[in-house]
Design a protein. Structure first.
Length: 146
């Protein structure tokens, strides 16, 4: 996951903007980290920006740059956890297919950056375990190691 789109940080490094560039042109996108009810855990969401500046995380842009968008989300996690050490980042997909996509991306990224992060997968029984390749999860938590 070395390829990613340039990011612009806003709102104390909790919101990032970037453009997806491909056959459909430039599509404005955002990555947002919002606090959850659990202290120290932030939810990661990313999606397209609509005309009103609101995020839509259910639309697939089909702009031919899916891997680069996933790489951009991972770059944003890296940047966010740099500015907020000790905070956890939670994310999950809207579908099994999305979670499978995220699992594959994490498997590749984990091999490159294992020394920097700890990753847990959310199991069907709502418990977490250390991330294992080729294991289905319903969500993920990432923490930068100190």
């Amino acid at each position: 996951m070395k390829e990613y789109w340039p990011l612009e940080a806003f709102e104390e490094n909790r919101v990032y903007l970037f453009s997806s560039c491909g056959p459909k042109g430039n599509i404005d996108m955002t990555i947002q980290f919002t606090p959850t009810e659990e202290d120290g855990i932030f939810n990661l969401a990313f999606g397209l920006l609509d005309k009103d500046g609101k995020m839509n995380d259910t639309i697939i842009n089909n702009n031919g740059d899916r891997n680069k968008i996933i790489g951009t989300a991972i770059a944003a996690i890296n940047e966010f956890t740099y500015h907020y050490p000790g905070k956890l980042v939670y994310f999950s997909g809207h579908t099994k297919g999305r979670n499978r996509l995220y699992r594959g991306a994490l498997s590749i990224y984990l091999e490159q950056r294992l020394q920097d992060y700890t990753i847990w997968g959310l199991k069907e029984d709502n418990s977490f375990e250390l991330f294992k390749k080729n294991t289905s999860y319903f969500g993920y938590i990432i923490k930068r190691k100190k």
